[in-house]
Design a protein around this ligand. Structure first.
Ligand SMILES: [Zn+2]
Length: 398
């Protein structure tokens, strides 16, 4: 069977944009390589997965579905994937939660939800790891920038069924963490996290790093906002389910975490950072090399989503053009199918993820007569994203 290079351009799909005369950023972008692949490949449209309670797909659920798994079973909470992506080992029943370092004033009113996008949090984290709370092992690890991940491990029953303390707005006070149900474990976990948040504020408020920040006119990282709690459990891996050895080339923590969770090897790439200046050349090179030892290589490119979330439609269009230029070395790969798709639309006018189908292409398989790669041109056949991997595998067998 042929090998598969599975490229996900996060948030690539979009809605019509006025400044592009009603075209989407992908339609407006000059993408000769994507168009050539579309012409010589099989194209169509995917319905990204979302839960009924959601207004738009999330990246994590959409990726789980793209890999052919049921998000109802496999989406364990963002905290779990972020923890794995940050390199925190997890055991069954561990609870993991995302942390933002934030700034509060003396009345505990939030002044900055990202503490001036602080980077050097390691000394703060070292002291947070000295906090003791009865019956629970607490471990904090730095993630990207102002973010960190918290792992709770306990012989007592702990639960991810707790609310966030992040009001998601400045000039408000952090919320109390509450149990989402009446179980003893959820009530206990909410109590212990409220205690941890208070103790951490005591550790952080006079910390030498924050004294220095205040002297330099920077907002101190003196409060923790917690969200995305999840509980770890081991589930059948990608290899077990699809009988393909898989690896992942990504810059963003979340995507590395999802890949690890599914049992894919995460390959390190110098300069891959999930940003606009990520090392695309090296990522594509690495992905090519990985095809030698793997049946399935997942290559994730993040920044189109971030640019759209910042409302930067022109930036998204030019980043798509940049990706396209870097795809050229893939045009004559032997014995491999290249898949290009995305996890969901990100609307650059509304600065948020949006509902709606997204295009896919499978190069180089039989062509179904499509001339370019875009939301409109690749509109048939339509399938739920969860069936996509099976569709690719079946297509290869033909
Ligand atoms: Zn996404």
């Amino acid at each position: 069977m042929k090998k598969i290079l599975f490229i996900v351009i996060d948030g690539l799909g979009d809605n019509p944009v006025k400044m592009f005369g009603g075209k989407t950023p992908l339609e407006a972008a000059k993408t000769p390589n994507l168009d050539l692949m579309a012409k010589n490949g099989f194209c169509g449209s995917l319905e990204p997965f979302m839960f009924e309670s959601q207004d738009a797909p999330t990246s994590e659920d959409a990726h789980i579905a793209l890999f052919g798994f049921d998000p109802k079973r496999y989406s364990l909470g963002r905290g779990i994937f972020e923890a794995l992506g940050a390199g925190i080992p997890l055991k069954s029943k561990d609870v993991a939660i995302r942390i933002n370092f934030a700034t509060v004033d003396s009345n505990l009113t939030i002044k900055d939800r990202r503490a001036g996008r602080i980077e050097n949090t390691q000394a703060l984290i070292n002291d947070l790891n000295r906090i003791k709370i009865k019956g629970v092992k607490i471990f904090v690890k730095k993630a990207w920038g102002y973010r960190a991940v918290l792992r709770l491990r306990s012989t007592k029953d702990i639960s991810p069924e707790i609310t966030s303390n992040d009001p998601r707005e400045i000039f408000k006070q952090p919320l109390k963490i509450k149990a989402k149900n009446k179980s003893r474990s959820a009530i206990f976990t909410a109590q212990l996290l409220n205690e941890f948040v208070l103790k951490s504020h005591e550790v952080l408020k006079n910390h030498f790093i924050n004294q220095e920040r205040k002297k330099s006119g920077l907002p101190p990282a003196n409060f923790l906002l917690l969200r995305g709690a999840g509980r770890f459990k081991k589930l059948p891996s990608f290899k077990k389910v699809w009988a393909m050895k898989a690896c992942c080339v990504a810059g963003g923590n979340l995507y590395k975490g999802i890949a690890k969770f599914l049992g894919m090897e995460v390959v390190k790439v110098k300069g891959a950072n999930g940003g606009i200046n990520t090392n695309l050349k090296e990522k594509i090179n690495t992905a090519k090399k990985c095809l030698k030892k793997n049946d399935f290589v997942f290559l994730h490119i993040k920044a189109a989503d971030c640019l759209a979330e910042d409302g930067n439609c022109a930036g998204k269009k030019s980043f798509i053009e940049k990706i396209d230029r870097h795809l050229k070395p893939l045009l004559n790969l032997n014995n491999s199918d290249i898949i290009i798709t995305c996890d969901h639309r990100t609307d650059c006018n509304k600065k948020m993820h949006a509902k709606g189908n997204v295009p896919f292409l499978i190069y180089e398989n039989q062509s179904n007569g499509i001339e370019s790669f875009s939301e409109k041109s690749c509109n048939k056949p339509v399938m739920p994203s969860r069936l996509f991997i099976k569709f690719i595998v079946d297509l290869q067998k033909k």
